[in-house]
Design a protein around this ligand. Structure first.
Ligand SMILES: Nc1ncnc2c1ncn2[C@@H]1O[C@H](COP(=O)(O)OP(=O)(O)OP(=O)(O)O)[C@@H](O)[C@H]1O
Ligand SMILES: [Mg+2]
Length: 469
């Protein structure tokens, strides 16, 4: 194996994003993690000038270009990006100059994803705040009045949720990312008789299993090395509501312990010798259909039936197109206030784009798209295509198939950085994407066209992670 192949494997398997530009600002190294962090394709960035690929950056705002110019190190710079689901990713990056022997300067940026750490930090801080706030009702949780939409499917869910709020039953909220699960959970809490009691949310996917158990059920001294006496979230939420996000991501063993709390109101802290009795209303969420999760072994059937006394299915934004423009206008009004702007609305072109777009990140993505547009709109009054393109078109290209097919092949011919097998892989991927696009995602017909067996095409689709639509 050649030296640069080793290096490439190392770079693509470390947990830091790495980006190097040469003296002209052209990207010479761009690893997989950086591509994930910035929601770009490696092939789009490599070999190109930075400002061409990231149109929202300028020579002043790009840390790489600043370092190139000044030769100075920029340490621990915090940045936020949207990933392809429209979720905000927070990174901390350090940018340093590289002095080459011939006297030229390149610049290297190393970025760490601290989204999870930041979430945890905020959660701890806000938990502390809440513990010290006597008047619980002034914490400003969402209420049903905050849920916008005129769509009949959504209105039905709201009505059902309002009724369920009056009871103590467990609730399972099922919906894709950004459809409003947390919004519903908070609204249910704030219109229930528990509203003066705590509301606590925990994302079960955000923590490793052994930590999660301690956080939920608490720990008693000696439970595991270094354990201290600490109340779990169930105890902290006593009398109130506990939101367990992504319930399908916890292990069957821990699910069994949850079932016990649901059935008997009893739990045993990690390392403890006695049971505790708690009175907590559970709202759980799942972003995959529960029956599918049960089949895959990710959700215990007994827990499911206990949780799903009330099940709320939140529709995706693309299933309620009538609400897209309405919500956009609602967010414009919201950010007008927040950013002290006077934006009047969307251009007809943007409206059409919005209605045609698939919105994989649902309402959150729409909200962040509007927020992003209003941050760069200046003193214009109408949001036009160019204000949303940095936030939308990139995403669609990533999610849909083959838009950059031919371009990808061209780009790679220009690049001597890739090995021959890698280049062939890229070409194979783009041919498969194009063929699938032609056949409307039909794998059987695409396989015939390509002269492959169905299974071997499917293997390649999985290998290259190609979305079929
Ligand atoms: N119907 C709605 N009306 C107004 N705002 C909404 C609506 N649905 C969602 N939002 C807003 O969209 C954002 C995302 O909603 P929320 O956090 O509830 O999504 P979620 O389903 O919990 O997503 P995830 O699975 O990623 O955690 C929030 O800012 C929320 O206020
Ligand atoms: Mg959520």
């Amino acid at each position: 194996m050649k030296y640069h192949n080793y290096l490439e494997i190392i770079l693509d398997n470390i947990n830091e994003g790495i980006h190097i530009v040469d003296e002209t600002g052209m990207t010479v190294v761009y690893n997989q993690k950086m591509a994930e962090l910035e929601n770009m394709e490696k092939s789009t960035v490599l070999g190109k000038n930075l400002l061409k690929v990231f149109p929202s950056l300028t020579a002043e705002s790009s840390t790489l270009l600043q370092t190139l110019k000044s030769g100075r190190v920029i340490r621990d710079n915090q940045q936020e990006y949207l990933n392809k689901y429209g979720q905000k990713i927070t990174t901390i990056s350090t940018t340093i100059p590289i002095y080459l022997e011939n006297g030229t300067i390149w610049a290297l940026e190393i970025a760490r994803d601290i989204t999870k750490i930041k979430e945890l930090y905020h959660r701890i801080v806000s938990l502390q705040e809440r513990l010290y706030t006597d008047n619980q009702s002034e914490r400003g949780f969402y209420t049903f009045a905050d849920i916008r939409g005129e769509d009949e499917k959504l209105k039905k869910v709201i009505k059902y949720a309002e009724q369920a709020a009056q009871t103590d039953s467990s609730i399972l909220i099922i919906g894709d990312t950004g459809t409003g699960k947390e919004l519903f959970a908070q609204s249910i809490h704030s219109s229930s008789k528990r509203r003066k009691q705590p509301f606590i949310a925990q994302n079960c996917a955000a923590l490793p299993e052994n930590l999660l158990e301690g956080i939920l059920f608490g720990t008693r001294k000696g439970g595991f090395t270094g354990a201290v006496n600490r109340k779990g979230l169930f105890e902290q939420a006593d009398g109130g509501t506990l939101l367990l996000d992504e319930i399908n991501s916890i292990s069957p063993a821990l699910q069994a312990k949850l079932l016990r709390v649901l059935q008997e109101g009893l739990l045993r802290p990690v390392g403890g010798e006695n049971d505790l009795k708690v009175d907590v209303r559970i709202i759980a969420t799942s972003n995959t259909p529960p029956l599918e999760a049960i089949k895959k072994g990710n959700l215990r059937e007994d827990l499911y039936y206990r949780l799903a006394v009330v099940s709320l299915y939140l529709p995706m934004l693309s299933e309620r197109k009538g609400d897209i423009i309405r919500l956009a206008e609602y967010f414009i009004a919201k950010y007008n206030q927040k950013l002290k702007l006077a934006v009047a609305g969307l251009s007809p072109g943007v409206k059409k784009l919005f209605l045609d777009y698939s919105w994989p990140g649902n309402v959150r993505q729409l909200q962040h798209t509007i927020e992003g547009a209003m941050n760069i709109i200046g003193d214009e009054q109408i949001i036009r295509e160019e204000h949303i393109i940095p936030f939308l078109i990139e995403l669609e290209n990533d999610n849909e198939q083959g838009v950059r097919g031919e371009e990808a092949i061209l780009v790679d011919h220009n690049r001597e950085k890739l090995s021959l097998p890698e280049r062939l892989n890229q070409i194979e991927k783009s041919i498969i994407k194009d063929t699938l696009k032609k056949t409307g995602g039909n794998v059987t017909i695409a396989a015939q066209e390509l002269g492959l067996r169905r299974q071997s095409l499917q293997y390649r689709i999985d290998k290259y992670n190609i979305a079929r639509k």
